[in-house]
Write a protein that binds this ligand. Structure first.
Ligand code: MCA
Length: 509
């Protein structure tokens, strides 16, 4: 049987010269392809020594570093399931993920050791540390292991990663992605975006999500290319590195922040061949202003955690502002009405997709999974789209009132459950409000019990104890009652309209 292990597929495409940098940097930060091979082998050997078996979960909650990426590659090689977790998650959120996924090994920053310990005991899990500077027990313990490893033989439908996404019920669900899913998407994007060995990517995204981990890193690996790996997005750092790069990927906030800096000029972009945007809608005006400033048309694409990338503007041909382009080769996309019939060209429909990149379902939720697929095997994305006469897709709506802030998806229900549990709160409604920096900011309308007075700051501080910072409302509005329709459903559109003109202060009304 041929090996469908994603690492095996990617490594066949690595450069012949092992000294070529995978990560470009100063001596201690740089990583060549041969170092990548050796160090990921040591980690994979160590996982084997720890008796991790294919199918076991390895939960990783560490700061961005080259070593963190090696852990991911080692998991692929060892056939264990990689479970990345946002470094911003609170203890309460982590408790949920650890309980739901029951990892055999938890890897966390040394500063998290104390509170990880209770989980480790509850779960009978193993525990290792990994710090942002690449030190920690994991690296110490694996350092003496062999630098060669025979990649575990995988079938295409063996799980490679579980990526948690929130949902309408407020309980995050683990999207199960296979080696075959990830390989298919990596190879389609390789061709679609014209990746070359000479490419140098500016990598400024977090690596606990599909965008920064799979789309960006697989792109580099599948091309045997190089990247400049930044701990986080910083306008100054990107401006400094642009003249050394050919490609950049980001969420729209990256591009609006760059444009807001007068030092961001056309001259800086002389070696760049492509800017790609995703994870949140790019305003057509941003696309246009970016082109005026740099001469580059940002390539906007569309995807989801469950499916990786689905639709992309073309590399060659018109990149149309306000659209996400055409389905990637091998991806079947259709727009349907409420009866599941295909809509006419130019009409809005619910986006459904099928393809080798579409996930296996939600971790331990077969019924939920079944609900999200049609009888003929299409995944129901929950988004609404419209296709133009000449085939360009525009995303025109999101089901489930989801908010996208700076490229992170926030499901109102999850935040409402936390706000409603705060002392003195009767009920709340969370919604998105336009924000110049993040695209959308999380806002909440709150009704207190018996008209009680609560300070917005108190409410925010309480929410912050339970929720990652990016989910915490940036605007709080107090109301006598929530606007509802005759069926009793809260009218989020009315809330958005009521508050759309407010300044980004913590408003009281
Ligand atoms: C940080 N904060 C945020 C966000 N990021 N609040 C809302 N939305 C955010 N995205 C919080 C901080 O914790 C802080 O809170 C306060 O806002 C100000 O932070 P600031 O310093 O301005 O933010 P930053 O650290 O510069 O981060 C902004 C960022 C970052 C660079 C845009 O959020 C980012 O890298 N986003 C990328 C997200 C991403 O990779 N998404 C891909 C998902 P406090 O003041 O309380 O401390 S994958 C996906 O969606 C699909 C598959 C796809 O198609 O790609």
């Amino acid at each position: 049987m041929s090996n469908h292990n994603l690492y095996d597929i990617l490594s066949q495409r690595f450069p012949v010269d092992g000294n070529k940098p995978f990560i470009i940097g100063s001596a201690s930060d740089a990583l060549s392809y041969s170092q990548l091979e050796k160090q990921s082998a040591q980690l994979a050997n160590y996982f084997y020594y720890l008796d991790l078996k294919p199918g076991d979960r390895v939960a990783v909650r560490v700061k961005k570093s080259p070593q963190a990426l090696l852990v991911y590659l080692a998991c692929l090689r060892a056939g264990v399931i990689y479970l990345p977790l946002n470094t911003d998650y609170t203890e309460a959120e982590l408790q949920y993920f650890f309980t739901d996924a029951s990892p055999s090994l938890i890897i966390a920053d040394p500063s998290d050791q104390a509170y990880c310990e209770s989980f480790v005991q509850q779960q009978f899990a193993l525990f290792e540390t990994l710090a942002a500077n690449g030190s920690g027990s994991l690296i110490d313990n694996s350092a003496t292991f062999p630098e060669q490893f025979d990649n575990v033989v995988c079938a295409a439908d063996d799980l490679a990663a579980i990526i948690y996404t929130s949902g309408t019920t407020g309980r995050p669900k683990g999207a199960m992605l296979t080696h075959g899913n990830l390989a298919a998407n990596a190879l389609m994007l390789h061709d679609a975006w014209g990746w070359q060995q000479q490419d140098i990517l500016i990598h400024a995204l977090p690596i606990f999500h599909v965008h920064g981990l799979f789309v960006a890193c697989h792109g580099v690996l599948a091309a045997g290319a190089s990247m400049i790996f930044m701990p986080a997005f910083s306008v100054t750092e990107v401006i400094k590195q642009l003249p050394n790069a050919t490609l950049m990927m980001g969420v729209p906030t990256f591009y609006t922040r760059l444009l807001a800096d007068k030092n961001f000029t056309k001259e800086l972009c002389a070696t760049m061949r492509l800017f790609i945007s995703g994870s949140a809608p790019l305003l057509a005006t941003t696309h246009q202003i970016f082109e005026q400033r740099t001469g580059h048309k940002i390539l906007e694409r569309y995807g989801m955690s469950e499916t990786s990338m689905l639709i992309s503007n073309p590399l060659n041909g018109e990149r149309r502002a306000g659209t996400v382009g055409f389905p990637l080769p091998g991806v079947d996309v259709r727009l349907v009405d409420t009866d599941n019939s295909i809509v006419a060209v130019g009409e809005v429909g619910s986006i459904q997709v099928k393809g080798p990149n579409v996930f296996q379902g939600y971790w331990q939720l077969p019924e939920k999974t079944a609900q999200e697929f049609t009888d003929d095997g299409f995944f129901i994305t929950g988004d609404q789209g419209v296709i133009s006469e000449d085939g360009y897709m525009s995303i025109v709506g999101r089901a489930k009132d989801m908010v996208i802030s700076g490229g992170y998806n926030i499901y109102p229900k999850e935040v409402e459950l936390v706000i409603d549990a705060i002392d003195g709160v009767k009920e709340s409604a969370v919604f998105g409000i336009a924000d110049a920096d993040f695209g959308e900011a999380v806002a909440v309308a709150v009704v207190t019990k018996d008209g009680l007075s609560i300070e917005a700051e108190t409410l925010i501080a309480s929410a912050r104890e339970k929720l990652a910072a990016y989910k915490v409302p940036k605007l709080v509005y107090f109301l006598q009652q929530l606007p509802r329709n005759t069926m009793g459903k809260v009218q989020k559109n009315s809330l958005r309209e009521m508050y759309s003109a407010t300044s980004p202060a913590k408003g009281n009304s």
